[in-house]
Design a protein around this ligand. Structure first.
Ligand SMILES: [Zn+2]
Length: 399
């Protein structure tokens, strides 16, 4: 048995603990969190850490395959410019550079305390890495295409990619997911939904106001891109509804779904999704939102509605690092009223619940193997993070 103490332990399953000790078996199984005074007859030494201990982080939105684009995309120019710059950057990058960037990004991600990741894949660039990694990945094979004539071919290609990941990747599961509310034909949406509600879904949602305009009346930058890539398609004049209201009907209410970004979501969008889906999860990637759009979702709305919130890093194309702690720091900086234990819950247990891994990950409950993260340089009394706060994994998870 290993005994670890710290200035504060956030078990997630309960209130923050002071003067306490986390007992973990040599294989990483949690025995419990105990008051230091109750362990006087323990003969093993208690290792003390300056800082906060919490369970391993779960990253519910990442694009490891875009790691090569670190620093290549200029900040604050909006999603449309981001997508166009990324296309250009990809053409001038070799396969070897992409592979090396994936390995480097993933190893830094693991060191920062992330123990499970939901990772978007548009191709097989991350396959070699995932074949050799013991890290848990849920791979979301992403499809998009507005032209109904290509739907069958696009879905077949995605199914092939899904099979590759299922056969070869060491850990994790795979599902085919829609890229965004506005980028699939009805036919393609129906093919994605045909897998059934037991397959996890993730979708980019309301990343900017263009998405609302697209459905409102067929205007905005997303509509312009649709015409540019599909000049033969008839003009789209919108559904007159909000984005999720326009597409939710393709999926069963029991579909477990992760809505990613939600930067411009309003009360009515939250209410609709919460009422329609029994298992809606809302993923925030605040650093990517600042990088691309220079704005943040109104997180207070989601808290007030009792939403299940998770955290993601998005990719190095739109972030300076893949670290859940850095996302937590940005949330605390802009929403100082949100207590750290709540944000830690978003970055651990809620993500584990979405991925169906909460039996093993997400909290210091007896029998779980969530890994242990040390957060240093934080105020352990007020539980405030600051720009110097850092995190690293001190005990790996076992999934
Ligand atoms: Zn994304």
């Amino acid at each position: 048995m290993q005994y670890l103490s710290a200035d504060c332990i956030i078990p997630v399953s309960g209130e923050p603990c002071y003067d306490s000790v986390l007992a973990v078996s040599d294989t990483g199984t949690v025995e419990g969190v105990f008051l230091a005074g109750s362990l006087s007859d323990v003969s093993e030494t208690i290792r003390h850490y300056n800082g906060i201990l919490c369970p391993g982080f779960v990253n519910t939105h990442c694009h490891l395959e875009l790691s090569y684009a670190k620093g290549l995309i200029s900040e604050g120019n909006g999603l449309d410019a981001f997508v166009r710059q990324l296309e250009t950057a990809k053409k001038s990058t070799s396969g070897l550079t992409i592979q090396m960037a994936i390995e480097k990004a993933a190893s830094q991600m693991l060191q920062s305390g992330i123990v499970a990741t939901a990772d978007i894949a548009n191709g097989n660039m991350t396959l070699d890495f995932k074949c050799n990694s013991r890290h848990y990945f849920h791979t979301f094979v992403e499809v998009f295409g507005s032209n109904p004539g290509y739907a069958a071919a696009l879905f077949e290609k995605a199914s092939h990619l899904k099979a590759q990941f299922e056969e070869q990747a060491m850990q994790g599961k795979v599902s085919i997911v829609p890229h965004a509310t506005y980028s699939l034909s009805e036919e393609l949406f129906r093919m994605v939904a045909s897998a059934g509600p037991e397959h996890l879904l993730s979708i980019h949602h309301q990343e900017n106001t263009d998405e609302n305009l697209f459905f409102k009346n067929g205007s905005g930058a997303g509509a312009a891109r649709r015409i540019m890539f599909n000049p033969d398609l008839p003009a789209y004049h919108g559904s007159g509804k909000r984005p999720m209201e326009s597409i939710a009907g393709y999926f069963a209410p029991e579909q477990k779904i992760l809505l990613v970004h939600n930067t411009v979501s309003e009360q009515q969008d939250i209410e609709f999704a919460e009422n329609y889906f029994r298992h809606a999860y809302w993923c925030f990637c605040p650093n990517a939102n600042l990088y691309i759009e220079n704005r943040l979702p109104d997180i207070s709305l989601f808290r007030a509605a009792g939403c299940h919130i998770t955290l993601g890093t998005d990719s190095l194309a739109s972030n300076h690092q893949l670290s859940i702690l850095e996302e937590m720091k940005t949330i605390q900086k802009h929403f100082s009223e949100i207590p750290l234990p709540e944000v830690v819950r978003w970055g651990t247990l809620n993500g584990a619940e979405f991925l169906g891994l909460d039996g093993k990950l997400g909290s210091f409950e007896k029998g779980k193997t969530p890994g242990v993260v040390l957060i240093e340089n934080a105020d352990t009394q007020t539980l405030q993070l600051n720009p110097k706060s850092s995190s690293h994994l001190i005990i790996p998870a076992d999934i």
